[in-house]
Ligand binder design. Structure first.
Ligand SMILES: Cc1ncc(COP(=O)(O)O)c(C=O)c1O
Length: 444
């Protein structure tokens, strides 16, 4: 076969194999991934024309479409406005933007807009090794693309959280334009309300990156950053919030200060950083918002319960689970130090051999350059919870993981049990089976 054609055949085959492997045969514990319902997937399939379209333009201060530079927009404008309003209603805020194609893009536009509004390029962030996302960091988007200067929050490793008193001192001394909260290794609610007054003292905007915990916030657990004093929330739409891959920004227009910020962020979205806003995801985002309104509280509660159960169980079985003094976690994830069993890289690979998929993770006390085999693994429970795992199922899964971590069984042997366990949970719960079922539910 011609090499070009052979590559096409290979990619089609690999795509089919991937769907079966990760979709049917693996147990997915990557904390940054989400599991879509059949209704959300169907809505994506029903939106294929949108997937081909453009809708460049500007939005007003409610987040609605104000101006378009392309023709053929009469339904696209309705779709974008509806989704924006659904998101505003779900998160109880009066401004939102859904044009962001990812969480990183949401951070880009927000950090750029706010550094312009504050006329200040200093940003207080959680250190990367303590859970910040690379887009917050001087080695990533914030520093290398936007030219922001990072100042680290003070971090308490024992509590796995920002130290509010020490951070207040740092903020007063350095007077940043932006203070960020939220992160990728994110076990406990961050001290937003504790640092709101200090932010006001120095005139800083507060940004809360909810990429990991947006579904928990929608479900009313973890914390409510906008009510606690965050000016803006940035997020992905595909982690604990189980929508299509994309991003969003939430905020409240309250006064001149927030109006200036919103206008700068909107400018940073268009024209500074978008042309195509990937419209095909928007209807599915609306269906995911409906699912979170209907099932979000129950899903979020069970997700956190499952994460806590695993933390406690691993701890009782002798593993070093971080955040012990605070009950291991209040979110969908836990972090475990597996240095004595070979390190995070080694253990993640052994678990992968058994079709248990998670990621190695740098822990706060690790050497930052040791990305190959850091001390930790991070385990997320949003996917298995949506599949219907309760606490006893979680303990059974933990037992399989322990057999591998402690070297008691070969991963290839455990794999059979993992595939059997996965087969017991064929459905996606806490969601709709079809768009029609969703419409019937709302009485449409
Ligand atoms: C805290 C945080 N912010 C932003 C992102 C980036 O989101 P995306 O992958 O949608 O660009 C991530 C990714 O995992 C994250 O953990």
């Amino acid at each position: 076969m011609d090499e070009f054609f052979r590559l096409v055949a290979e990619l089609v085959e690999a795509s089919k194999m991937h769907e079966r492997y990760r979709g049917e045969e693996c147990i997915n514990l990557i904390a940054s991934e989400g599991l879509k319902s059949p209704a959300v997937k169907e809505m994506l399939m029903l939106s294929m024309d949108l997937e081909s379209r453009y809708a460049e333009g500007e939005n007003d201060l409610k987040g609605h479409v104000k101006k378009r530079y392309y023709q053929g927009q009469k339904y696209i404008t309705v779709i974008e406005n509806c989704v924006t309003d659904l998101i505003k209603m779900l998160f109880k805020c009066n401004w939102a933007d859904v044009r962001l194609v990812s969480g990183t893009h949401a951070n880009l536009a927000t950090f750029k807009g706010l550094s312009l509004a504050a006329k200040n390029n200093k940003m207080v962030v959680t250190p990367l090794s303590c859970g910040a996302h690379i887009s917050h960091d001087y080695t990533g988007l914030a520093g290398m693309v936007l030219g922001l200067v990072n100042i680290d929050h003070a971090y308490n490793v024992e509590e796995m959280n920002i130290d509010p008193e020490k951070s207040a001192g740092i903020i007063r001394a350095t007077k940043p334009g932006i203070i960020t909260f939220g992160g990728s290794l994110f076990l406990f609610p961050h001290p937003v309300k504790e640092l709101r007054d200090v932010a006001d003292e120095v005139g800083a905007y507060i940004v809360y990156d909810a990429a990991h915990v947006l579904g928990l916030i929608a479900g009313g657990v973890f914390q409510d950053p906008l009510r606690e004093g965050a000016d803006f929330v940035t997020s992905s739409t595909h982690k604990t919030f189980p929508g299509p891959q994309g991003g969003l920004i939430l905020g409240n227009l309250k006064d001149e200060r927030t109006e200036k910020a919103i206008k700068k962020i909107q400018h940073a979205i268009f024209p500074l950083s978008t042309s195509n806003t990937h419209l095909g995801r928007l209807p599915a985002l609306g269906i995911a918002a409906l699912e979170m309104k209907v099932f979000g509280a129950e899903l979020a509660r069970q997700t956190v319960k499952n994460a806590k159960t695993a933390g406690q169980y691993f701890y009782e079985k002798g593993l070093k689970v971080l955040g012990e003094s605070k009950g291991f976690t209040e979110s969908h994830q836990i972090a475990v130090d597996v240095r004595e069993y070979g390190g995070g890289g080694v253990i993640a690979e052994r678990l992968e051999e058994a079709n248990i998929i998670l990621n190695r993770n740098i822990l706060p006390y690790d050497d930052q350059s040791n990305r190959e085999n850091p001390s930790g693994i991070r385990i997320g429970f949003q996917d298995v919870t949506r599949r219907g795992f309760g606490e006893e199922d979680i303990k059974h899964l933990c037992d399989l993981m322990l057999q591998i971590i402690k070297g008691e069984r070969e991963p290839s042997e455990v794999r059979k049990d993992v595939i059997e366990l996965r087969k017991e949970f064929p459905e996606v719960k806490y969601g709709f089976k079809s768009v029609e079922e969703a419409l019937k539910y709302i009485g449409a």
